[in-house]
Ligand binder design. Structure first.
Ligand code: NZQ
Ligand code: ZN
Length: 389
């Protein structure tokens, strides 16, 4: 493990079927004014809204609501929520939902006391907050993003066709606490469940496919990937399997809570391309990633051959007997492809709205990062998108 780093993750997690019982005691650490943030209504149908508002009432909290946070939350919705949180003099932002709701709460947190336009400051100039921020708590209902234990917030600006994620450096932007009850995820539609599984897998790959040193993070990543492949196959056959769903939930948190990125440069180009598609098509995040991943990894295979060989052997159990390194690496990606098809993921760009007509907007909206095995040009991005159309 080469290189220097620091590590601090202050999010307190409560995990399991009785985790919500800890919400009341947690709420006592904060002032009386709570803003409850949620999405399009799933929590009203499955009873989580009632359970949470009962606890808020019992704790004597003064509650305002931001409802209707959409998947891929927009900058207009952010401006609206900032006004509500300001008017309510919020002491705590309580996000009840998936990654979109949790990300959104963090974006509101850094914007409430900010005099500048948050889109320009945080998502174009990537500045850190220089104002007080609000504490965020999370009750997670959708598994995948890791937003419950990281400082990331992704906001979409449809007018300029950009979807941008900012991972804040300051740990205080991470949720102060997160309630993880796997039962709360059982009402997810199958499509969201498998999209979440692929999002988890992609997060691990984005960190794994970088660097050449012998790094503990890579061994941890391989274990997380193997657990995820195993549990996702069980959950795909029987979505009500609690053991599988709880393993997926825990894997998602560890896949993107900063641990397995320590000592790594990290890639993130699948996410950059996937997010650029999402900015134009508003497609489900995990599906944008599945649609481009194989085309991307086959494109960069030669540049990272040693790691793709290791991935094939250690994650997919590919035998090396009688094969060249290239053949081993390709067999690993074929095994990944079989698993993706088994889950029913989007396998082509056309399934997430990518067309010849919008392809140039996606190329234009793709940020180029330099931590992976091959630094792409815009022409490379174009070729990858064409390959997966
Ligand atoms: O809005 P409601 O009605 O609640 O429905 C949601 C939404 O339609 C539904 N849902 C959530 N929990 C449910 C449920 N339906 C039934 N039962 C439940 N228990 O699921 C749909 C998707 O929810 P969403 O929160 O959008 O999904 P996800 O958790 O995948 O979050 C996606 C957002 O997170 C960002 C993505 O870009 C996207 O904007 N990401 C955040 C990251 C981070 N903070 O680190 C990293 C990720 O790579 C990702 O970019
Ligand atoms: Zn993701």
């Amino acid at each position: 493990m080469l290189g220097d780093f620091s590590y601090c993750n202050p999010t307190k997690l409560y995990f399991g079927e009785n985790a919500l019982a800890e919400l009341g005691p947690e709420l006592r650490h904060y002032g009386p004014n709570v803003v409850l943030i949620y999405g399009g209504g799933s929590i009203k149908k499955n009873g989580i809204y009632d359970a949470v508002t009962d606890i808020l009432a019992r704790e004597g909290k003064n509650v305002a609501e931001i409802a209707g946070v959409m998947p891929n939350p927009t900058v207009e919705k952010l401006y609206e929520g900032v006004e509500i949180a300001r008017a309510h003099r919020a002491d705590l932002l309580l996000a009840v939902g998936g990654g979109s709701v949790c990300d959104y709460a963090k974006a509101v947190s850094v914007s409430v006391h900010c005099d500048e336009d948050p889109w320009e400051k945080y998502f174009i100039r990537f500045e850190e907050p220089d104002c007080p921020t609000l504490s965020v708590g999370c009750v997670l209902t959708m598994v995948g993003t890791g937003s419950e234990m990281n400082a990331g917030a992704v906001i979409t600006n449809r007018a300029v066709k950009l979807k941008i994620g900012h991972v804040f450096k300051d740990e205080k932007i991470m949720p102060r606490f997160a309630i993880l009850n796997p039962r709360f995820t059982m009402t997810l539609p199958h499509k969201q469940m498998v999209a979440g599984c692929f999002d988890i897998f992609s997060h691990i790959c984005e960190q794994y496919f970088s660097g050449t040193d012998d790094n503990t993070s890579d061994y941890l990543s391989e274990g997380l990937m193997r657990s995820l492949i195993h549990s996702s196959r069980i959950a795909n056959r029987d979505p009500q399997d609690y053991e599988a769903r709880s393993n997926i939930m825990w894997t998602a948190t560890w896949a993107l809570n900063t641990l397995v990125s320590r000592g790594k440069s990290t890639d993130w180009m699948v996410h950059m391309i996937g997010q650029a598609i999402g900015a134009v098509t508003d497609a489900t995040h995990g599906m944008t990633l599945s649609a481009v991943s194989l085309a991307y990894y086959r494109y960069i295979l030669e540049a990272g051959l040693h790691k793709f060989v290791r991935f094939a052997q250690n994650v997919w159990g590919v035998s090396s007997e009688g094969k060249t390194d290239r053949e081993i690496a390709m067999a690993g990606l074929s095994a990944m492809e079989d698993w993706m098809k088994e889950l029913g993921l989007a396998m082509r760009g056309s399934e997430v709205g990518l067309t010849e007509e919008n392809l140039e907007d996606v190329v234009g909206g793709t940020l180029i990062l330099k931590g992976g095995y091959k630094v792409l040009t815009k022409e490379d991005v174009r070729s990858i998108l064409r390959a997966c159309l």
